[in-house]
Design a protein around this ligand. Structure first.
Ligand code: ADP
Ligand code: MG
Length: 258
């Protein structure tokens, strides 16, 4: 499903109660059906706000967000959001949490095998009968991710879905997300703090900056999958993105001058 934002902005009441914080300056963005877009930027640049607007959980202050031409006015089953902080039902086991969506949709039986498969894939088979409080942060995050995956949404919105994982588990899960995306051809937007992750996964990368939150540049990755994290092209894109974020060689040179 093609997603389009036109002049979408968001202001919140400032913490001191006086005035407003512009979480997001007007954003224009088109994401075509089946595209995978990574969203990187420092904390507070409006990444989660942008994702929540697309999910229909936050109303923009101005502008319009549409999906296949239809205005986004609330949450919908075609859009699956995996939150930054895993939100599992504390009174349900891992298996019950993952099976919850299909059960609500009346498809519990059809999805039983898929639930087991995804739990296995997330490395949680041994913990399928555990409750969320018995899981580590990384396990909870993987459970929350597969809970969204099991619904096979047409639009997949991921807010730092792998941030609590160790580096190796993280790389494995990156491949799992990619293979799901390729299988379902779902339009995917993934927020991450990790520049390498953004490059490894995204067809393009939206680089954001804070105060006010805005998109600095859309960087086209233009590398076939699976990607080689050690290739020259990868390194080139990394340098470019880090420079946009002000963490690259430019800063190093400035500091030397200072
Ligand atoms: P990011 O996900 O990039 O870290 P957010 O989208 O969470 O950034 O936040 C962007 C800005 O908007 C921040 O300054 C944040 O404090 C502010 N903000 C986000 N949500 C709210 C809210 N519900 N109420 C007030 N301010 C908010
Ligand atoms: Mg966030």
């Amino acid at each position: 499903m093609a997603l389009e934002l036109v002049g979408v902005s968001k202001s919140f009441a400032a913490p001191d109660g006086v005035g407003t914080t512009q979480a997001l300056a007007p954003v224009d963005l088109t994401v075509e059906k089946g595209e995978f877009v990574s969203l990187v930027g420092p904390s507070g640049c409006g990444k989660s706000t942008l994702l929540r607007i697309i999910a229909g959980l936050t109303k923009p202050t101005a502008g319009a967000a549409t999906l296949d031409g239809k205005p986004i006015t609330g949450a919908g089953p075609e859009r699956g959001l995996a939150f930054q902080k895993p939100t599992l039902f504390p009174w349900l086991t891992v298996e019950q949490n993952v099976a919850f969506g299909p059960r609500m949709a009346g498809k519990a039986d059809a999805n039983r095998e898929r639930v087991a498969q995804l739990i296995e894939l997330a490395g949680l088979s041994e913990f399928k009968d555990s409750y969320p409080h018995q899981l580590s942060g990384g396990m909870a995050q993987r459970a929350a991710l597969v809970r969204t995956m099991v619904m096979e949404p047409e639009v997949f919105l991921l807010d730092e879905p792998l941030s609590a994982l160790d580096a190796f588990t993280r790389m494995t899960m990156q491949d799992e997300i990619l293979s799901m995306w390729q299988r379902l051809n779902s339009t995917t937007i993934m927020v991450t703090h990790d520049v390498d992750e953004a490059i490894y996964m995204g067809g393009s990368i939206l680089v954001m900056a804070p105060r006010p939150g805005r998109i600095l540049e859309r960087v086209e990755v233009g590398m076939p999958y699976p990607r080689d994290r050690t290739s020259g092209r990868f390194f080139e894109i990394r340098s470019h993105v880090l420079n946009l974020l002000d963490f690259g060689s430019r800063r190093a040179a400035d500091e030397q001058d200072a």
